[in-house]
Design a protein around this ligand. Structure first.
Ligand code: MN3
Length: 208
């Protein structure tokens, strides 16, 4: 992801107005999700790192990758909050009010080589998302060779822990959809597919 940002981590502003994804995602849902849930991960992560200056230069990816080297008393909290921060940053940036933008022919071919079609990839992502019991993220990720993988991750796990590059997360925590869709996870998924920022996903793929 080539992200060198480190402590103190900042909440990245929504890259569009909160009402920009309506009616697919309501302004209220997005605002509470971004200003509340996402911001909380950043605050908690900064709070933990305050007392550990030796880790303050590490970007999110390194905190997640090198968790085995962290002291016992902070390892789990760092894993949860660095993962949550990274997943949310990417989630909001991979959505857009203007999703009409076409995939490049090159990227479309890569998706088709991996999943037959873009529609089939969307179906696999939805299936993975619906398979998550409790909280988690469905993910499109890629490995070093460029091969793509669809993952169903628990809680705030990230593809980085599996040595994969995160391309597109779909937040399946209840807070991501419940205010608007209640138990209708499938409606949330069908709607969110209308506002995926495929250009950003493509950028994530080619900058891996
Ligand atoms: Mn969330």
């Amino acid at each position: 992801m080539n992200n060198s940002e480190h402590f103190p981590f900042a909440v990245r502003p929504l890259p569009y107005p909160a009402k920009g994804l309506s009616p697919y995602l309501s302004a209220r849902t997005l605002k509470i999700h971004h200003d509340g849930h996402y911001a909380m991960y950043i605050q908690k992560l900064n709070k933990i790192l305050e007392c550990f200056p030796q880790y303050q230069k590490l970007p999110l990816e390194a905190l997640i990758l090198k968790q085995a080297f962290l002291p016992d008393e902070i390892r789990n909290e760092i894993r949860i909050n660095a993962g949550g921060a990274l997943n949310h940053m990417l989630y909001f940036e991979c959505l857009t009010p203007a999703p009409k933008s076409r995939l490049s022919d090159e990227f479309k071919k890569i998706i088709c080589d991996n999943f037959s079609s873009v529609d089939n990839l969307a179906e696999l992502l939805k299936k993975a998302a619906l398979s998550i019991l409790g909280s988690g993220f469905a993910y499109l990720a890629s490995d070093m060779s460029g091969k793509m993988h669809v993952l169903a991750l628990k809680n705030t796990e990230t593809p980085i822990e599996e040595r994969l590059t995160p391309l597109l997360p779909i937040d399946m925590w209840e807070h991501a959809y419940y205010l608007q869709y209640q138990y209708n996870k499938k409606d949330y998924l069908d709607c969110i597919m209308n506002v995926i920022n495929w250009q950003r996903v493509e950028m994530n793929y080619f900058s891996r």
